[in-house]
Design a protein around this ligand. Structure first.
Ligand SMILES: [Mn+2]
Length: 347
Protein backbone atom coordinates (compact mmCIF):
# COMPACT_ATOMS: atom_id res chain seq x y z
CA UNK A 1 0.00 0.00 0.00
CA UNK A 2 1.25 3.43 -0.87
CA UNK A 3 1.05 5.64 2.18
CA UNK A 4 0.01 9.29 2.22
CA UNK A 5 -1.64 9.09 -1.17
CA UNK A 6 -5.35 9.59 -1.59
CA UNK A 7 -6.89 6.53 -3.22
CA UNK A 8 -8.79 6.75 -6.48
CA UNK A 9 -12.30 5.68 -5.53
CA UNK A 10 -14.02 3.60 -8.21
CA UNK A 11 -17.62 2.47 -7.80
CA UNK A 12 -18.99 -0.35 -9.98
CA UNK A 13 -22.46 -1.92 -9.75
CA UNK A 14 -22.12 -5.59 -10.72
CA UNK A 15 -23.58 -9.05 -10.28
CA UNK A 16 -22.57 -12.67 -9.77
CA UNK A 17 -23.51 -13.44 -13.37
CA UNK A 18 -21.15 -10.71 -14.60
CA UNK A 19 -18.29 -11.39 -12.19
CA UNK A 20 -16.07 -12.95 -14.89
CA UNK A 21 -16.34 -9.76 -16.94
CA UNK A 22 -15.85 -7.63 -13.84
CA UNK A 23 -12.50 -9.42 -13.39
CA UNK A 24 -11.52 -8.49 -16.96
CA UNK A 25 -12.40 -4.84 -16.26
CA UNK A 26 -10.38 -4.88 -13.00
CA UNK A 27 -7.39 -6.46 -14.76
CA UNK A 28 -7.51 -3.74 -17.43
CA UNK A 29 -7.58 -1.01 -14.76
CA UNK A 30 -4.77 -2.56 -12.69
CA UNK A 31 -2.55 -3.29 -15.71
CA UNK A 32 -2.76 0.31 -16.88
CA UNK A 33 -2.50 2.02 -13.49
CA UNK A 34 0.43 4.35 -12.80
CA UNK A 35 2.96 3.01 -10.35
CA UNK A 36 1.86 5.41 -7.64
CA UNK A 37 -1.91 4.96 -8.11
CA UNK A 38 -3.78 3.33 -5.24
CA UNK A 39 -7.17 2.04 -6.35
CA UNK A 40 -10.08 1.59 -4.03
CA UNK A 41 -12.86 -0.44 -5.68
CA UNK A 42 -16.39 -0.36 -4.27
CA UNK A 43 -18.62 -3.00 -5.84
CA UNK A 44 -22.36 -2.49 -5.40
CA UNK A 45 -24.05 -5.86 -5.69
CA UNK A 46 -27.07 -7.90 -4.64
CA UNK A 47 -25.67 -11.38 -5.17
CA UNK A 48 -21.87 -11.64 -5.44
CA UNK A 49 -21.06 -14.67 -3.25
CA UNK A 50 -18.10 -15.54 -1.01
CA UNK A 51 -16.83 -17.85 -3.76
CA UNK A 52 -17.20 -15.11 -6.39
CA UNK A 53 -15.20 -12.75 -4.15
CA UNK A 54 -12.32 -15.21 -3.87
CA UNK A 55 -12.40 -15.72 -7.64
CA UNK A 56 -12.31 -11.96 -8.19
CA UNK A 57 -9.25 -11.63 -5.88
CA UNK A 58 -7.54 -14.53 -7.67
CA UNK A 59 -8.42 -12.94 -10.99
CA UNK A 60 -6.61 -9.74 -10.04
CA UNK A 61 -3.45 -11.84 -9.75
CA UNK A 62 -0.19 -10.27 -8.74
CA UNK A 63 -1.46 -6.72 -8.46
CA UNK A 64 -1.04 -5.10 -5.06
CA UNK A 65 -2.04 -1.44 -5.12
CA UNK A 66 -5.74 -1.90 -4.63
CA UNK A 67 -8.49 -3.03 -2.31
CA UNK A 68 -12.05 -4.15 -2.98
CA UNK A 69 -15.07 -3.53 -0.80
CA UNK A 70 -18.49 -5.06 -1.51
CA UNK A 71 -21.68 -3.17 -0.68
CA UNK A 72 -25.01 -5.03 -0.44
CA UNK A 73 -27.62 -2.26 -0.39
CA UNK A 74 -31.17 -2.68 0.84
CA UNK A 75 -33.36 -2.96 -2.29
CA UNK A 76 -35.92 -0.68 -0.59
CA UNK A 77 -33.76 2.37 -1.16
CA UNK A 78 -34.56 2.26 -4.89
CA UNK A 79 -38.25 1.36 -4.58
CA UNK A 80 -39.35 4.78 -5.87
CA UNK A 81 -37.18 4.63 -8.99
CA UNK A 82 -38.90 3.10 -12.04
CA UNK A 83 -37.44 -0.12 -13.40
CA UNK A 84 -35.77 -0.14 -16.81
CA UNK A 85 -38.15 -0.90 -19.68
CA UNK A 86 -35.45 -2.67 -21.66
CA UNK A 87 -34.47 -6.08 -20.37
CA UNK A 88 -30.81 -5.53 -21.24
CA UNK A 89 -30.49 -3.05 -18.41
CA UNK A 90 -30.61 -4.32 -14.86
CA UNK A 91 -32.10 -2.31 -12.06
CA UNK A 92 -28.75 -2.49 -10.32
CA UNK A 93 -27.94 0.75 -12.16
CA UNK A 94 -30.57 2.52 -10.08
CA UNK A 95 -28.28 2.31 -7.04
CA UNK A 96 -26.12 4.89 -8.81
CA UNK A 97 -28.76 7.41 -7.75
CA UNK A 98 -27.99 6.59 -4.10
CA UNK A 99 -24.20 6.99 -4.09
CA UNK A 100 -24.24 10.05 -1.81
CA UNK A 101 -25.84 8.10 1.03
CA UNK A 102 -24.30 4.69 0.26
CA UNK A 103 -20.80 6.18 0.47
CA UNK A 104 -20.91 8.94 3.12
CA UNK A 105 -17.08 8.90 3.42
CA UNK A 106 -16.27 9.31 -0.25
CA UNK A 107 -15.83 12.86 -1.60
CA UNK A 108 -15.40 12.04 -5.24
CA UNK A 109 -15.61 8.83 -7.27
CA UNK A 110 -15.34 7.44 -10.77
CA UNK A 111 -18.40 5.33 -11.53
CA UNK A 112 -18.12 2.56 -14.12
CA UNK A 113 -20.17 -0.35 -15.47
CA UNK A 114 -19.01 -3.95 -15.90
CA UNK A 115 -19.21 -3.91 -19.74
CA UNK A 116 -16.00 -1.92 -20.16
CA UNK A 117 -12.25 -2.01 -20.65
CA UNK A 118 -9.96 0.71 -19.29
CA UNK A 119 -6.91 1.51 -21.41
CA UNK A 120 -4.98 3.96 -19.21
CA UNK A 121 -4.44 5.14 -15.64
CA UNK A 122 -7.67 6.46 -14.16
CA UNK A 123 -5.80 9.16 -12.20
CA UNK A 124 -6.14 11.64 -15.07
CA UNK A 125 -9.90 11.14 -15.20
CA UNK A 126 -10.15 11.27 -11.41
CA UNK A 127 -8.19 14.51 -11.27
CA UNK A 128 -10.07 16.24 -14.10
CA UNK A 129 -10.96 19.72 -12.95
CA UNK A 130 -14.73 19.55 -13.23
CA UNK A 131 -14.99 23.25 -12.35
CA UNK A 132 -17.20 22.66 -9.31
CA UNK A 133 -19.84 20.73 -11.24
CA UNK A 134 -21.48 17.81 -9.41
CA UNK A 135 -21.32 15.49 -12.41
CA UNK A 136 -18.97 14.83 -15.33
CA UNK A 137 -19.78 12.52 -18.26
CA UNK A 138 -19.33 12.03 -22.01
CA UNK A 139 -21.96 13.26 -24.49
CA UNK A 140 -23.97 10.33 -25.89
CA UNK A 141 -23.57 9.68 -29.64
CA UNK A 142 -27.38 9.72 -29.80
CA UNK A 143 -27.69 12.92 -27.76
CA UNK A 144 -29.85 14.84 -30.22
CA UNK A 145 -32.28 11.98 -30.79
CA UNK A 146 -32.72 11.23 -27.07
CA UNK A 147 -33.08 14.93 -26.24
CA UNK A 148 -35.99 15.16 -28.67
CA UNK A 149 -37.64 12.06 -27.19
CA UNK A 150 -37.31 13.31 -23.63
CA UNK A 151 -38.21 16.89 -24.57
CA UNK A 152 -36.65 18.48 -21.50
CA UNK A 153 -35.63 22.02 -22.43
CA UNK A 154 -32.92 22.42 -19.78
CA UNK A 155 -30.78 19.55 -21.15
CA UNK A 156 -27.91 20.96 -23.21
CA UNK A 157 -26.33 17.65 -24.25
CA UNK A 158 -27.62 14.21 -23.27
CA UNK A 159 -24.80 12.16 -21.73
CA UNK A 160 -24.11 8.46 -21.55
CA UNK A 161 -23.75 7.72 -17.85
CA UNK A 162 -21.94 4.40 -18.19
CA UNK A 163 -18.87 6.36 -17.06
CA UNK A 164 -19.10 9.42 -14.84
CA UNK A 165 -17.22 11.32 -12.18
CA UNK A 166 -19.41 12.09 -9.19
CA UNK A 167 -18.61 14.95 -6.85
CA UNK A 168 -20.36 13.29 -3.90
CA UNK A 169 -19.61 16.09 -1.41
CA UNK A 170 -21.56 18.39 -3.70
CA UNK A 171 -24.33 15.79 -4.14
CA UNK A 172 -24.84 15.81 -0.38
CA UNK A 173 -24.65 19.60 -0.17
CA UNK A 174 -27.27 19.99 -2.92
CA UNK A 175 -29.40 17.10 -1.59
CA UNK A 176 -29.49 15.57 -5.06
CA UNK A 177 -30.98 12.26 -3.88
CA UNK A 178 -34.23 14.06 -3.10
CA UNK A 179 -34.04 15.81 -6.50
CA UNK A 180 -33.54 12.43 -8.23
CA UNK A 181 -36.69 11.09 -6.55
CA UNK A 182 -38.66 14.17 -7.61
CA UNK A 183 -37.44 13.73 -11.20
CA UNK A 184 -38.38 10.02 -11.06
CA UNK A 185 -41.94 10.90 -10.08
CA UNK A 186 -42.38 13.79 -12.54
CA UNK A 187 -40.99 11.94 -15.57
CA UNK A 188 -42.09 8.41 -14.64
CA UNK A 189 -43.80 7.71 -17.99
CA UNK A 190 -40.94 9.01 -20.12
CA UNK A 191 -37.96 7.24 -18.59
CA UNK A 192 -36.36 4.75 -20.97
CA UNK A 193 -33.09 4.27 -19.05
CA UNK A 194 -34.17 5.45 -15.59
CA UNK A 195 -30.77 6.13 -14.01
CA UNK A 196 -29.29 7.76 -17.10
CA UNK A 197 -32.39 9.84 -17.87
CA UNK A 198 -32.70 10.96 -14.25
CA UNK A 199 -29.05 12.11 -14.15
CA UNK A 200 -29.48 14.03 -17.41
CA UNK A 201 -32.74 15.69 -16.39
CA UNK A 202 -31.69 16.52 -12.83
CA UNK A 203 -28.19 17.80 -13.57
CA UNK A 204 -29.10 19.24 -17.01
CA UNK A 205 -26.98 22.42 -17.33
CA UNK A 206 -24.81 21.36 -14.42
CA UNK A 207 -22.83 18.69 -16.27
CA UNK A 208 -19.14 18.90 -17.10
CA UNK A 209 -18.58 17.26 -20.50
CA UNK A 210 -15.65 14.88 -20.48
CA UNK A 211 -13.43 14.16 -23.47
CA UNK A 212 -15.10 11.47 -25.62
CA UNK A 213 -12.22 9.07 -25.06
CA UNK A 214 -13.43 8.41 -21.50
CA UNK A 215 -16.49 6.56 -22.76
CA UNK A 216 -15.81 5.19 -26.23
CA UNK A 217 -19.11 3.74 -27.29
CA UNK A 218 -17.90 1.14 -29.80
CA UNK A 219 -20.97 0.42 -31.86
CA UNK A 220 -22.54 3.53 -33.31
CA UNK A 221 -23.01 4.57 -36.86
CA UNK A 222 -23.91 8.23 -36.83
CA UNK A 223 -22.69 11.03 -39.11
CA UNK A 224 -20.52 12.38 -36.28
CA UNK A 225 -19.82 9.07 -34.61
CA UNK A 226 -18.88 6.27 -36.96
CA UNK A 227 -16.09 3.75 -37.43
CA UNK A 228 -13.64 6.47 -38.46
CA UNK A 229 -14.39 8.54 -35.38
CA UNK A 230 -14.23 5.52 -33.05
CA UNK A 231 -10.87 4.46 -34.54
CA UNK A 232 -9.51 7.97 -34.04
CA UNK A 233 -10.46 7.83 -30.37
CA UNK A 234 -8.95 4.35 -30.01
CA UNK A 235 -5.70 5.49 -31.66
CA UNK A 236 -5.15 7.76 -28.66
CA UNK A 237 -5.05 4.53 -26.66
CA UNK A 238 -5.83 6.12 -23.35
CA UNK A 239 -9.50 5.90 -22.65
CA UNK A 240 -12.36 3.62 -21.71
CA UNK A 241 -14.06 1.27 -24.17
CA UNK A 242 -17.74 0.72 -23.46
CA UNK A 243 -19.56 -2.32 -24.90
CA UNK A 244 -22.91 -0.65 -24.39
CA UNK A 245 -26.36 -2.06 -25.16
CA UNK A 246 -26.41 -5.50 -26.76
CA UNK A 247 -22.87 -5.55 -28.10
CA UNK A 248 -21.21 -7.77 -25.51
CA UNK A 249 -17.94 -9.31 -26.73
CA UNK A 250 -18.41 -12.34 -24.46
CA UNK A 251 -21.76 -13.15 -26.11
CA UNK A 252 -20.93 -12.59 -29.73
CA UNK A 253 -17.57 -13.44 -31.24
CA UNK A 254 -17.73 -10.77 -33.94
CA UNK A 255 -18.73 -7.87 -31.69
CA UNK A 256 -16.96 -4.75 -33.02
CA UNK A 257 -13.69 -4.11 -31.17
CA UNK A 258 -14.02 -7.38 -29.19
CA UNK A 259 -10.23 -7.81 -29.52
CA UNK A 260 -9.72 -5.12 -26.86
CA UNK A 261 -11.85 -7.12 -24.44
CA UNK A 262 -10.15 -10.46 -25.24
CA UNK A 263 -6.70 -8.87 -24.87
CA UNK A 264 -7.40 -8.49 -21.14
CA UNK A 265 -9.71 -11.51 -20.88
CA UNK A 266 -6.86 -13.86 -21.72
CA UNK A 267 -4.89 -12.50 -18.76
CA UNK A 268 -7.69 -13.79 -16.51
CA UNK A 269 -7.60 -17.30 -15.01
CA UNK A 270 -11.15 -17.67 -16.35
CA UNK A 271 -10.25 -17.07 -19.99
CA UNK A 272 -10.92 -20.66 -21.06
CA UNK A 273 -14.17 -20.69 -19.06
CA UNK A 274 -15.29 -17.54 -20.86
CA UNK A 275 -14.51 -19.09 -24.24
CA UNK A 276 -16.46 -22.16 -23.16
CA UNK A 277 -19.47 -20.01 -22.21
CA UNK A 278 -19.27 -18.38 -25.61
CA UNK A 279 -19.24 -21.78 -27.26
CA UNK A 280 -22.25 -22.99 -25.26
CA UNK A 281 -24.14 -19.73 -25.60
CA UNK A 282 -27.59 -20.19 -27.08
CA UNK A 283 -27.68 -16.84 -28.84
CA UNK A 284 -28.45 -17.04 -32.55
CA UNK A 285 -25.45 -14.90 -33.50
CA UNK A 286 -23.08 -17.25 -31.74
CA UNK A 287 -24.66 -20.37 -33.19
CA UNK A 288 -24.47 -18.98 -36.71
CA UNK A 289 -21.10 -17.30 -36.68
CA UNK A 290 -18.84 -19.35 -34.52
CA UNK A 291 -16.12 -21.49 -36.00
CA UNK A 292 -15.81 -24.34 -33.52
CA UNK A 293 -12.39 -25.52 -34.76
CA UNK A 294 -11.03 -22.05 -34.13
CA UNK A 295 -12.45 -22.08 -30.61
CA UNK A 296 -11.06 -25.49 -29.75
CA UNK A 297 -7.66 -24.35 -31.05
CA UNK A 298 -7.88 -21.34 -28.76
CA UNK A 299 -8.83 -23.51 -25.79
CA UNK A 300 -5.79 -25.72 -26.41
CA UNK A 301 -3.44 -22.83 -27.19
CA UNK A 302 -0.69 -23.63 -24.66
CA UNK A 303 -0.82 -27.36 -25.35
CA UNK A 304 -0.60 -26.68 -29.10
CA UNK A 305 2.43 -24.44 -28.71
CA UNK A 306 4.26 -27.25 -26.89
CA UNK A 307 3.26 -29.74 -29.58
CA UNK A 308 4.36 -27.37 -32.33
CA UNK A 309 7.82 -27.04 -30.82
CA UNK A 310 8.04 -30.80 -30.32
CA UNK A 311 7.30 -31.42 -34.01
CA UNK A 312 9.63 -28.63 -35.07
CA UNK A 313 12.51 -30.16 -33.15
CA UNK A 314 11.67 -33.68 -34.32
CA UNK A 315 11.47 -32.58 -37.96
CA UNK A 316 14.93 -31.06 -37.61
CA UNK A 317 16.63 -34.10 -36.13
CA UNK A 318 15.02 -36.88 -38.22
CA UNK A 319 15.47 -38.01 -41.82
CA UNK A 320 13.41 -39.36 -44.72
CA UNK A 321 9.81 -40.36 -44.09
CA UNK A 322 9.98 -39.53 -40.41
CA UNK A 323 11.17 -36.01 -41.25
CA UNK A 324 8.30 -35.59 -43.70
CA UNK A 325 5.81 -36.91 -41.12
CA UNK A 326 6.98 -34.43 -38.43
CA UNK A 327 7.16 -31.57 -40.93
CA UNK A 328 3.48 -32.14 -41.88
CA UNK A 329 2.57 -32.18 -38.19
CA UNK A 330 4.61 -29.05 -37.57
CA UNK A 331 2.70 -27.18 -40.30
CA UNK A 332 -0.64 -28.46 -39.04
CA UNK A 333 0.04 -27.25 -35.49
CA UNK A 334 1.41 -23.94 -36.76
CA UNK A 335 -2.01 -23.41 -38.36
CA UNK A 336 -3.76 -24.25 -35.06
CA UNK A 337 -1.69 -21.59 -33.28
CA UNK A 338 -2.47 -19.10 -36.06
CA UNK A 339 -6.19 -19.87 -35.69
CA UNK A 340 -6.05 -19.23 -31.96
CA UNK A 341 -4.21 -15.94 -32.48
CA UNK A 342 -6.80 -14.91 -35.04
CA UNK A 343 -9.63 -15.62 -32.59
CA UNK A 344 -7.81 -13.73 -29.85
CA UNK A 345 -7.58 -10.69 -32.12
CA UNK A 346 -11.31 -11.01 -32.73
CA UNK A 347 -10.91 -11.68 -36.46
MN1 LIG B 1 -22.96 -0.38 -20.09
Amino acid sequence: MIKDKKPIDIIIPSSSLYSQYLIVLLISILENANEDDYLSFHIITEDISKVDKIKISLGCGKHKNYNIEYIYPDANIIKNIPFAKLHIQTNLCNYKLKLASLFPNISKAIVLETDMIVQSSLSELYNTDVVSKPFAAVIDPLSERVKQALNVKSIVHYCNTGVFVANLDLWRELDVEQKFEDTAITYKQKLEYPDQDIFNITFAKNIYYLDARWNIYVNYNQPNYNEYHINQLLLRNNGIIHYAARQKPWLKINTPYAEYFWYYARKSPYYEAMLMNLLQSKTIEVRNNIDKTQLSDALNYRKNILKYWRYKILSNITFGNAKKHYKDKRLKWKQKIKNAKKLRRGV
